[in-house]
Ligand binder design. Sequence first.
Ligand code: ASP
Length: 333
Amino acid sequence: MRLPWAALCLLLFPACLGVPSTEEHGVARSPGGRPPDYAIAIHGGAGSFPQQNDPVEREAYTASLRAALEAGVAILDGGGTSLDAVESVIRILEDDPLFNAGRGAVYTNDGRHELDASLMDGASLACGGVAGVTRVKNPISLARLVMERTPHVLLAGPGADQFAKLEGVDLVDQEYYHTERRLLQLQRRQDRERAVDREHGTVGAVALDRRGNLAAGTSTGGLTGKQHGRVGDSPLIGAGTFAKNATCAVSGTGTGEEFIRHGVARSISDHMEYGGLSLQAAADQVVLGTLEPGDGGIIAVSHAGELVLVFNTEGMARGAADSRGRFEVHFGD
Ligand code: ASP
């Protein structure tokens, strides 16, 4: 007996039923079907989320994530590049005092702010990063200038601040980064009043554009009370950020030292390229296998538009959208 084609399709490919995207154990899975023309994911850090129980705070964070994601979708939908979408989304989150990037960055152990960021173009493997900048309003845009206007990939400390001045980017005083919330976090940490969980707030974005090009970017103030001069994974290509058209674009958030040690972002791409794994399997392998529980999470998009958001912390602020109408943001678990 011959089964009608539609019945056969449903038997073999249950995704034909239009299964909605689901999340299990911090892993978001996209529905099957035709690959999207464009796709984007964002994060606002992984860690503990005491604010998720406060409806006002929860709504504020969710609204910010939604606005940033909408801005990214508008760029991609209008035919803009993945690089422009990633930079624009991250600038919005850097300007938002709720997040630990740009305005709202955490404090170092000596009561200052030192910011890190990086950006990568999956089409050319061009990339740029800045570490320990102290006067730059939007570190992600300075990272892009390092990529586009210098032969280098990473500028750090006073040299990076000086480059910012020469390039004429918006400069700010240290007070610009201040928020009461972050100062309190430093004081609590210094008082050892309680064991503070790693606060979330680093931001990142990954995107696939209509031309099939991938890009990734990450921006952070680092860890609360970090030693002056400490550099995390966010400005390091291969650790906190990586993009390659043949595989995927990844942005990470978590304990930077672990992300550097395991080369997290690059390792996910390598599992796809050399191990033949899907993006989901590669990300699961690294975040749920290699890293320890509590280390952090990643967002990623593959060359085929598969979106993956996975974390091993209590929660991760995140969002995902694509040309097929998916649009979702989550704050916390
Ligand atoms: N990964 C960042 C760092 O270690 C912090 C974070 O993502 O929360 O600097």
